[in-house]
Design a protein around this ligand. Structure first.
Ligand code: ZN
Ligand code: ZN
Length: 271
């Protein structure tokens, strides 16, 4: 059971269900005290699929802020966004960074609309994925690194390139004082997959968390909710936790991401 979740989507992205209010009501029912909405950042057309339309962005803000006010006595609601670092989209990303209370970095492609992380099998692309995360963090775009190991979806094996990526991401997180996320979304929602070196869930990936434990990177649990009813189930959370069982991970509970974001935005000149 967790009391804070910063990683919550809405139906605007096209692959989540339920109304915004259902997310709030169900989070309250599940005992959450803090609920951060972080829907996928929209881009101007042609935008990648599985994002809210660019035109929907103002309505997203209004809806979350209205719920924040309406439910203020029952739960702390915050307006955030799951962003990716794409140089070509930097102007819009800057706007989101300024206007959102916080941003999480969930890099789903290496380049805008190119080289999806769900198809990466080439070590060079894995290195590039890490480069993009590094650049996003260097520019102060985010307040935590969401599913840092999502790139393991299709990557066939745990090899030295993977170990290097895990080590680098841990170093990046520490350099910019960013927590990393233990993600409870798609990686554990689908059955275990067969890889060259055995069967496992796509992510979270233990080798990343061994490195996070070694380098003492604080970890935030992110439910990555795309369906409000999942707030009432610990099933995927338990699966994700089973991946890091026995590791000496520093799990942050009830971390004030918004306060950290305000400081960071100031430090990087976004406010
Ligand atoms: Zn999503
Ligand atoms: Zn997400």
């Amino acid at each position: 059971m967790i009391r804070t979740n910063w990683h919550t989507h809405t139906s605007r992205c096209g692959h989540a269900v339920g109304t915004d209010e259902e997310y709030v009501e169900t989070a309250i029912e599940a005992g959450l005290k803090t609920l951060g909405f972080s829907d996928h950042a929209p881009y101007r057309k042609p935008f990648p699929r599985q994002r809210m339309d660019f035109e929907t962005y103002p309505e997203y803000k209004e809806s979350v802020l209205a719920l924040k006010e309406k439910y203020k006595d029952r739960i702390d609601i915050h307006l955030g966004m799951e962003v990716e670092f794409y140089e070509s989209q930097w102007e819009d990303l800057k706007t989101y960074r300024k206007e959102m209370e916080y941003c999480i970095l969930g890099q789903h492609s290496v380049y805008f609309e190119e080289t999806s992380v769900y198809g990466i099998k080439d070590p060079r692309d894995l290195d590039l994925y890490t480069d993009m995360i590094e650049e996003g963090c260097r520019r102060g775009l985010c307040d935590y690194i969401a599913h840092p190991d999502v790139v393991m979806w299709a990557y066939p094996r745990i090899d030295d390139t993977v170990r290097t990526a895990a080590k680098r991401i841990a170093e990046i997180a520490n350099r910019y004082r960013l927590p990393v996320e233990l993600n409870c979304g798609s990686g554990v929602k689908y059955p275990k997959k067969q890889y060259e070196d055995g069967e496992r869930w796509a992510y979270p990936t233990r080798v990343f968390f061994e490195e996070f434990a070694r380098q003492k990177c604080p970890v935030i649990i992110g439910l990555d909710i795309h369906d409000p009813t999942l707030f009432l189930m610990d099933f995927f959370l338990d699966r994700a936790l089973s991946v890091i069982e026995g590791l000496d991970c520093i799990i942050l509970e009830d971390y004030d991401l918004v306060a950290a974001a305000a400081k960071r935005k100031k430090e990087f000149g976004f406010i």
